[in-house]
Write a protein that binds this ligand. Structure first.
Ligand code: HEM
Length: 141
């Protein structure tokens, strides 16, 4: 009987130790919420303008609209309280024959923007992991 009680207490202590362990911060919070994501997007757009690999692709594009759309897209992707109302990645990027190199350039510019906004590498990697599956919808193959 006593043994059984000790066993139950041990299980209880073990479970409460698990519940008390710090939960991983949500990716939305780690990115600085909507304002942080908007700042990263803003910086990424500045980086596009310096990037010979992709800057011509954004000639004539309304970058104010792009900024809002990209921010909402990322915000919704990381389960933030935003609604992305644009078209799918496939529809938006269809017909332009975007290459692997161009996709990598956009990712480079995003990583650089996150560095410039002091986003920790672990958080950067969490966002990149969420974006990686978009590759098949954006790159022409
Ligand atoms: C990680 C990869 C990418 C993501 C997550 C992404 C995401 C997006 C999103 C959310 C929009 C819509 C913005 C809005 O609502 O206006 C957009 C538009 C656009 N994207 Fe991408 N994109 C990616 C890669 C690329 C690549 C590789 C290129 C070409 C080099 C590209 C070129 C464009 C252009 C030109 C637009 C504007 C379309 C227009 O308004 O006419 N994107 N992208």
């Amino acid at each position: 009987m006593l043994l059984r009680q000790i066993f139950i207490i041990c299980i209880f202590l073990l479970l409460s130790a698990c519940t008390n362990s710090p939960r991983e911060q949500s990716l939305y919070d780690a990115l600085g919420q909507q304002e942080g994501i908007a700042n990263i997007t803003h910086q990424m757009i500045l980086n596009f303008a310096q990037d010979e690999r992709v800057k011509h692709r954004f000639k004539g594009v309304n970058m104010q609209k792009f900024k809002i759309g990209f921010t909402n897209y990322v915000c919704a992707l990381v389960q933030g309280p935003c609604e992305y109302q644009g078209d799918s990645m496939k529809t938006i990027h269809a017909g332009y024959n975007y290459t692997n190199t161009e996709f990598n350039a956009i990712v480079d510019d995003l990583i650089l923007a996150m560095e410039q906004c002091d986003v920790p590498v672990a958080t950067q990697n969490r966002l990149l992991a969420k974006l990686a599956p978009t590759y098949k919808d954006i790159v022409y193959h």
